[in-house]
Design a protein around this ligand. Structure first.
Ligand code: UD1
Length: 374
């Protein structure tokens, strides 16, 4: 079986690594396409090195642009590659623009290439159409032939949208495959020592959502909230390039003074930072899942989450919305009080074997070819 796997942005890389490995272990041919949505060493290359991902067979080099231009560039560059590679499966992961753009292309070329599309991390919904990722999720799920869900709540979201159950397979959370493989490496490294941090005596924070960082007042409120937390323990903030650019643009640099600001971290260092933290404050999707898997208290700095299982079965707490400095401080205190750093039972399918179930699903799925229905 020939499988084309798409990766484009930082949160994709830890998902495609175990999928590629499991496909190759099962004797399948893999073709890796990197769209180049993320391109810096820190946002891309480091992950390939640390996670042992092969050099992409094709690199589209699209880079940063507006949503329309980035999506269009990916589509334009991907189309001839798909025509040339002629895979049986196109596997897309997550909810970034690369996921949706390549799904659109594969979907439109269906009758020519006969490639089927599988979406890994299907069925997550924030029900917030202001999030570009929500648009990407819904379109990708609507067009894919096989919807591989990470948690048991996802199937209900897909059913509510009228997606036939025979397109949906529960495989579990593939990001946790990478987490479980890399955790011993992260724990053996001296990341905390080099940063001058003591296990459980600091909080880690990440911030990059447009809703938090593209508006000066919103960004200032979150930074002030982190500064309040920093009055009782160090707050470490690896800065996403989008956030850094906006802090400079809005002249908010002085608000970073109470925080320990770092460059974006590679996978293993970020895992070490998360694993050693007393608490993590974040607007990331993946980190809500990683903290649940590790039993680390998490405060989510967003209005809603597409990963509610991290609240019902994990360590995640939503900060009160709209975000205020005091609200963030209160949510931090509540989350730390509620969790005792024991690794809780993980949600079903978060067991390090999702990639094997993904391969099995690709091998056994027989897509329904009824183009006029559903
Ligand atoms: C994208 C994803 C988001 C994901 C995030 C993780 C979409 C719609 N958004 O958002 O879901 O959570 O990645 O990072 O797909 N930049 C660099 N170097 C890079 C990449 C980006 O400096 O390698 C800068 C760009 O110049 C831009 C900013 O970071 O100003 C944002 O990059 P972009 O890819 O547009 O979106 P993200 O915010 O990273």
């Amino acid at each position: 079986m020939k499988v084309l796997v798409v990766a484009g942005a930082r949160p994709n890389f830890m998902k495609v690594a175990p999928i590629l490995r499991a496909l190759e272990a099962a004797g399948h041919e893999t073709v890796l396409v990197h769209t180049g949505q993320h391109y810096d060493t820190a946002m891309s290359d480091t992950f390939f090195e640390e996670l042992g991902i092969k050099t992409p067979d094709y690199h589209l080099g699209v880079g940063t642009a507006t949503h329309a231009v980035q999506t269009a560039r990916i589509m334009e560059a991907f189309e001839p590659i798909l025509m040339k590679v002629h895979p049986q499966w196109v596997v897309v992961v997550g909810d970034v623009n690369s996921t949706m753009a390549t799904t659109l292309v594969a979907s439109k070329l269906r009758t020519e290439t006969h490639a089927h599309i599988a979406h890994v991390e299907a069925g997550l919904r924030s029900y917030d159409w202001r999030m570009p990722e929500e648009i990407n999720r819904v379109i990708t799920d609507r067009l894919a032939d096989l919807l591989l869900t990470p948690s048991e709540d996802a199937a209900a979201n897909l059913a509510a949208e009228g997606i036939p159950a025979d397109k949906v397979t529960f495989v579990g959370n593939v990001m946790i495959d990478t987490l479980m493989l890399q955790l011993p490496v992260a724990r053996a490294a001296d990341t905390l020592e080099r940063l001058g941090l003591r296990r459980r005596h600091y909080a880690a924070a990440t911030l990059h959502r447009p809703s938090n960082v593209d508006d000066p007042a919103a960004l200032a409120a979150v930074l002030e909230g982190l500064a309040l937390v920093a009055e009782s323990l160090p707050v470490v903030l690896p800065l996403h390039p989008r956030t850094l650019k906006n802090i400079e643009r809005f002249h908010l640099g002085r608000m970073l003074t109470p925080l320990t600001v770092l460059e974006p971290l590679g996978y293993t260092q970020m895992l070490a930072l998360t694993d050693g933290a007393q608490c993590v404050l974040t607007d990331s999707g993946g980190i809500q899942e990683e903290t649940t898997a590790l039993g680390i208290p998490c405060v989510t700095l967003r209005e809603q989450t597409e990963r509610p299982i991290t609240i019902t079965q994990g360590t995640n707490h939503m900060a009160p919305w709209p975000l205020t400095p005091r609200g963030i401080l209160g949510a931090y205190a509540d989350s730390v009080a509620a969790v005792a750093h024991a690794t809780p039972p993980r949600p079903a399918g978060w067991d390090g074997h999702a990639s094997e179930r993904i391969v099995k699903a690709l091998e056994t799925h027989r897509p329904v070819r009824n183009y006029s229905a559903s």
